[in-house]
Write a protein that binds this ligand. Structure first.
Ligand code: OGA
Ligand code: MN
Length: 243
């Protein structure tokens, strides 16, 4: 049985806004191009990551990463064709009461074609160690061109330590902001057809968000936001042992 039968109408069980969000907006990178420090780089694809300082870069090394070109053009098209009919049945939601996302529709898919199964297996092999229990439903989130994801942390009750997402149709900027020290941030450039992986502190100690088109800048460069579909695999939380 699905753990997540009614997520479209029910509370946002994938996401929870942090209890208090002290957003030191002034200390985040400016939304528009401007003179801001090109400081720390990190991870395997340094050009796709910018951090507020070397401490954050060190803390998130290996915990937040982007693999550009993870999908080929035909693979992106195949996944897109497969999710489109299921998305089309739903309406975009603007100002959804949960407040975590604006301008989106979403679904979860359990049954995939052989071709997509192979792609998703590649995602799982890249993101999760062998034997880790994973959510069998794959989350598909369709953001309208004007849509965006506000800062949140995925539910610790329903999702485990790792989030792996494919980006279809549009590049975007994902911003991580430390809950403890909002001046600590990292921006990830998520090119179209890339895979990103968040784990450990990047998943638990930092909020993540997808910037709206007007604010979609990476390292001072505009990253135009088009309609974007993400295909997200997660693992299950480790449940407390039965007593
Ligand atoms: C989410 C989320 C990111 C993405 O649905 O909780 O953060 O890549 N999605 O769509
Ligand atoms: Mn999330």
């Amino acid at each position: 049985m699905s753990l997540l039968p009614t997520m479209h109408r029910a509370p946002p069980i994938f996401r929870q806004a942090p209890p208090t969000m002290h957003r030191a907006a002034a200390r985040l990178p400016p939304a528009r191009p401007g003179p801001w420090p090109r400081r720390a780089l990190c991870g395997e694809a340094p050009a796709l990551v910018r951090a507020s300082g070397p401490g954050v870069a060190r803390r998130l090394r290996g915990q937040a990463g982007v693999r550009p070109g993870f999908l080929s053009g035909p693979e992106e098209a195949a996944l897109g064709q497969e999710v489109e009919p299921q998305l089309r049945r739903r309406r975009y939601q603007f100002d959804h009461w949960d407040g975590a996302i604006h301008g989106f529709r979403e679904t979860e898919i359990a049954q995939w074609s052989e071709e997509s199964r192979e792609i998703l297996q590649r995602v799982r092999d890249e993101a999760f160690p062998p034997g880790m229990s994973q959510l069998s439903l794959v989350h598909v989130l369709d953001l309208d061109k004007s849509g965006y994801i506000k800062p949140h942390i995925d539910s610790v009750k329903f999702c485990g330590c790792t989030i792996a997402g494919l980006s279809l149709l549009s590049s975007s900027v994902m911003r991580l902001v430390s809950e403890q020290n909002p001046e600590d941030w990292m921006d990830l450039l998520l090119p179209r057809r890339s895979l990103y992986i968040l784990r450990g502190p990047a998943r638990y100690e930092f909020t993540h968000e997808i910037l709206k088109d007007e604010e979609s800048f990476f390292d001072g460069q505009k990253i135009p936001r088009e309609r974007r579909i993400s295909v997200i695999c997660r693992n299950l939380p480790i449940l407390p042992a039965p007593t």
